[in-house]
Design a protein around this ligand. Structure first.
Ligand code: HDD
Length: 718
């Protein structure tokens, strides 16, 4: 029986306690230099006379400027733009039969975590709303050491082998001659590469879908992408795919909206995460696993080691084993969110790797990148990266070493230190890699079982609703429309035609091109025939599952009808029916949502009963794209509002983005000045009208409509 080195119970505060010794608060304290000398004047440098030159002697000036000069570190080569938060992971359904990982053993067990969400291509200061994959990383501070989950919000990847990662990233990043465009894939080098890499087709379907435009970090799924292994106490291995399912469902914005948010509030996701936690709306995800016995390794039409493939939930259901709650914002962005260093190779006993060639390459890359990003092999000592379980080994010295290792022994074997630190037995938690049998020739090549590049791209496309298919077509027209080289566009049409002829034809129509009758057969894996026999040409192995509901965001069976944490703009002006506003605000709060008063001016608006309502935003300081729904109460001074272009744009955009628009009594008249005036008489179920001012019936109808996220059917009529 394994020694219990994972005391069960509530360990969720362990990391906060661990961070405390590094926290510093200057409240009511004197200003000092870094050497602790109190500073008397921080406003003037030391000079030879008031109008004379500064003196080199001024250690206060020198220290301050030198520190400032070195305040920046290299940003992450990918995933530079991100936001993080602290929280905990709680086991709800332990699975000791599959894994001996200590933090997954008992129901109710809590482990502190730090999660970071990111875009991939843009720089640190780029917009949150780029069309891009989102990173989804979680550091678990377990009693057995750090376990890092380093996944994405899309369950597959562009490439099958890590050796192509630098090529992929060079292609998607801003072009090297002019550093344009920032945080965008819509340019020639990206599509040139993609059009020559048919293995990326499945990923491209996801990337062109609204999955790449999340409404919020809190409304996106997380996937481990690779197949990993769970190892149990009997040293038996099961394959595992790891999923995070958001409590609020998986939702997105539309592309026109995303582009406008990028201008109006490029911090949209960062702000949303921060504010939700400050307001106590703690973001939550369930952790699910798909478990596949070793014996089933070759049972499927796809290779479990191929990171461009999912395991459809129809073949292997997702079992929920726990939940993550993020309940604390960082104290300091740089110290925590910027310096946190994740690594898919940080695993604890009970979790192990497979031979997925993308994963294998990642196991090298992540420590290596921290050496240039954080500047030292001692990055594990940075507080946010520090394990809560003890660290003892013979590694020593290096830049910025914090630990003071005592004693004269820093080698093993040793007798002078009594043989310590000693090697842990497996039974006491020592990590032992799964003893997978490998009998092979060295080859520089790829398995033929990785050659299906279109089967699951078809599964994904076929699983989308018509609305979602329409968005994919538009996205491809946009992206390829920005490509300047016609040959690249045509090559991509050839690839798309292997997913779906109708898709390719519709994209081609937007580009005024014809889908090639015979697609230019792009590169195979570049496998040299001398190294490998077999057919390495890209091919289509039709999926045994024809439609998977879990792949659609609109049809997703796990999406719950909730308006929790949604934001409603309440269009206001003097004379507004203040009771109606108070009623809707209260109803929204009860549902976990929030109503914000938006008016033509800051300060307050005067209500019809003589009261005043505080204004949250003006039509200048906000935009409808940052709200989920609009509500127009009665009593407003319509003349003033209907002549204001900002107000009319506000409503027109909401309509265009399929948002729910509610209006009562005199507020309905404002809609006649909009571009959708003709649609207000029951022609559009997303416009909720109440002429009689019956607040409770109206609120119920408004909320039911909002819970569907958007009224997508409208798109067909615009
Ligand atoms: Fe990676 C960062 C996720 C393939 C090399 N990656 C990074 C982050 C995430 C991912 C979420 C940000 C971590 C953070 O918040 O600090 N990466 C993935 C996923 C992949 C993937 C899901 C495919 C399944 N990555 C991948 C490959 C390589 C890298 C194949 C290299 C061979 N990734 C890196 C990196 C980064 C990184 C260069 C940049 C910053 C960092 O590691 O800490 O090492």
């Amino acid at each position: 029986m394994k020694q219990n080195n994972n005391p069960v119970g509530n360990r969720q505060d362990d990391k906060q306690k661990n961070l405390l010794i590094n926290k510093s608060d200057g409240t009511n304290k004197a200003l000092t230099t870094n050497q602790g000398i109190k500073i008397n004047d921080d406003n003037n440098s030391l000079k030879a006379a008031e109008r004379g030159p500064s003196l080199l002697e001024d250690f206060i000036l020198r220290e301050k400027i030198t520190h400032f000069d070195h305040e920046r570190i290299p940003e992450r080569i990918v995933h530079a733009r991100g936001s993080g938060a602290h929280g905990y992971f709680e086991v709800t359904n332990p699975i000791p039969q599959f894994t001996k990982a200590g933090f997954l053993q008992e129901a109710g067990q809590k482990t502190p975590v730090f999660a970071r969400f990111s875009t991939v291509a843009g720089s640190r200061g780029s917009t949150d709303l780029a069309r891009d994959v989102r990173g989804f990383s979680v550091k678990f501070y377990t009693q057995e050491g750090i376990y890092d989950f380093v996944g994405n919000n899309i369950p597959v990847f562009f490439i099958q082998d890590a050796t192509k990662f630098p090529d992929l990233v060079h292609a998607v990043k801003p072009e090297p001659h002019n550093e344009i465009p920032q945080a965008a894939s819509a340019h020639d080098t990206f599509w040139d590469f993609i059009s020559l890499m048919p293995e990326s087709t499945h990923m491209i379907m996801w990337l062109m879908s609204d999955r790449s435009l999340p409404r919020s970090y809190r409304m996106m799924e997380g996937f481990g992408v690779h197949t990993f292994r769970f190892i149990n106490e009997q040293n038996e291995s099961h394959f595992v795919k790891i999923h995070w399912k958001p409590k609020l469902g998986t939702h997105a914005v539309v592309w026109d909206e995303a582009q406008k948010i990028s201008g109006k509030d490029p911090d949209f996701h960062r702000r949303d995460l921060w504010e939700a936690i400050e307001m106590g709306n703690f973001p939550e995800w369930e952790l699910g696993v798909q478990i596949i016995p070793e014996a089933d390794e070759h049972k499927y039409e796809f290779d479990l080691l191929d990171p461009t493939k999912i395991v459809p939930e129809e073949l292997v259901p997702v079992t929920i084993i726990g939940k993550m709650v993020l309940n604390r914002n960082p104290d300091n962005f740089f110290a925590e969110t910027e310096q946190v260093a994740f690594h898919p190779g940080h695993v604890v006993p009970g979790i192990d790797f497979t031979n997925d060639p993308l994963l294998q390459g990642r196991l090298f890359s992540y420590t290596d990148t921290q050496l240039s990003r954080l500047g030292s092999p001692n990055f594990h000592e940075i507080p946010i990266n520090r394990s809560v379980s003890p660290v003892h080994n013979n590694q020593r010295d290096g830049h910025m070493r914090q630990e003071i290792n005592v004693g004269r022994v820093s080698y093993s074997p040793n007798s002078l230190g009594g043989g310590c630190p000693y090697q842990a037995k497996i039974a006491e938690g020592g990590f032992a890699s799964f003893n997978e049998r490998v009998e092979a020739h060295k080859v520089r090549g790829r398995s033929e079982s990785f050659s299906d590049h279109f089967g699951q791209a078809q599964l994904f496309y076929n699983s989308q609703t018509e609305t979602e298919k329409g968005h994919i077509i538009k996205a491809l027209r946009f992206e390829l429309g920005k490509v300047e080289t016609t040959a690249i566009r045509v090559r991509m049409l050839g690839i798309l035609s292997q997913v779906d002829k109708d898709l390719a034809t519709k994209v081609a129509a937007g580009l005024r091109l014809t889908v090639p009758a015979v697609p230019e057969q792009p590169m195979n894996h570049g496998v040299s025939p001398e190294n490998l026999g077999g057919d390495q040409e890209p091919k289509t192995v039709p999926s045994s599952v024809e439609v998977s509901q879990a792949l659609s965001m609109i049809n997703n069976p796990t999406v719950k009808p909730t308006i929790e944490s949604r934001k409603v703009a309440i269009v206001c002006a003097d004379g507004v029916d203040e009771q109606a506003v108070l009623d809707i605000k209260e109803t929204l709060i009860k549902q976990g949502a929030k109503g914000c008063v938006v008016a033509p001016y800051n300060g307050v608006v005067k209500g019809d009963a003589g009261g005043e309502l505080a204004v949250d935003f003006t039509f200048l300081t906000t935009s409808s794209v940052v709200f989920d729904s609009m509500y127009i109460p009665g009593g407003l001074d319509i003349n003033e509002l209907s002549e204001d272009n900002d107000v009319i744009d506000f409503l027109n955009d909401a309509y265009r983005h399929c948002k729910i628009i509610g209006a009562q009594a005199g507020g309905i008249d404002l809609l006649s000045s909009t571009g959708f005036a003709s649609k207000i008489n029951n022609e559009d179920e997303g416009i909720i009208i109440d002429r009689d001012g019956d607040n409770s019936t109206f609120a119920a109808n408004f909320i039911t409509a909002m819970a569907n996220h958007r009224f997508w059917a409208r798109e067909a009529t615009i």
